[in-house]
Write a protein that binds this ligand. Structure first.
Ligand SMILES: [Zn+2]
Ligand SMILES: [Zn+2]
Ligand SMILES: [Zn+2]
Length: 240
């Protein structure tokens, strides 16, 4: 199984339009970006895209133009699903998997483009090719949101998507000891408590509490320095 970080940024991406803070200036000077957070997961049999961001075209070009076998939507926020339109006239829109509230909202907006929708229940594993996928509920008020666990039978990868650190017990149990965790970390520790996301301290603490083998922070805002420990970078690939 191979996972590529297509993007590691938050809703605005970094650099943020109109911002000249230290990180945004550095990003512009060095041609570095944090595109919106999304993962590409591939195996011998399948290529799964987790979330379709508004940066999808650039992300797929950067990844070498893979053909996508299936899409999973985590939740109905603009930065996570509005890029589905990028499949138009590029490839047949892949089947899209999501929990019922997410499919109802996002699927309604994209009804003109969807060929195949697969509404799935959280905590019930399902198969996409040779990858076993489980949606796990997370806490991103007020929007219903799921993270994802992927397994090829040997390696388990967890993705929390957008969440605060108050995860349901069942979700914590399933994430325990994963080989790689991609974890939401929006702000530096000094920032005010946000109810929808974790700051970097909370992300580090969650990874430690879960006893994961390895982790990378994603969904970072422009306030997060580019040299913060354990952060993911756009284009990073992990192979097992
Ligand atoms: Zn987001
Ligand atoms: Zn900035
Ligand atoms: Zn969100």
């Amino acid at each position: 199984m191979k996972v590529r970080l297509l993007g590691t940024g938050d809703a605005t991406g970094t650099p943020k339009i109109g911002c000249f803070c230290r990180q945004c200036s550095h990003a512009r000077d060095t041609d570095t970006e944090r595109l919106r957070t999304s993962l590409l997961v591939s195996s011998n049999e399948t290529t799964i895209l987790i979330d379709t961001t508004p940066d999808l075209r650039r992300q797929l070009l950067n990844a070498g133009s893979p053909r996508i076998s299936a899409v999973i939507w985590t939740h109905g926020h603009y930065d996570h699903f509005m890029g589905l339109g990028e499949f138009y006239r590029v490839q047949k829109t892949p089947p899209v998997y999501a929990a019922e509230p997410v499919m109802t909202y996002c699927g309604g907006i994209f009804s003109f483009l969807l060929n195949e929708t697969k509404t799935v229940l959280p905590y019930i594993p399902f198969q996409i090719g040779d990858i076993t996928v489980t949606l796990i509920e997370v806490t991103h008020p007020p929007v219903y949101t799921c993270g994802v666990i992927l397994s090829d039978g040997r390696t388990r990868v967890g993705f929390t998507s957008d969440t605060n650190d108050q995860l349901p017990e069942k979700t914590l149990e399933l994430l325990f000891g994963v080989d790689m965790l991609f974890v939401d970390g929006l702000f530096p520790p000094s920032f005010r408590k946000v109810t929808k996301h974790m700051n970097l301290d909370e992300a580090d603490r969650l990874a430690a509490r879960l006893g994961v083998v390895s982790y990378r922070i994603v969904h970072m805002s422009h306030h997060v320095p580019f040299d913060y420990q354990n952060q993911g970078y756009d284009g990073d690939e992990f192979v097992w």
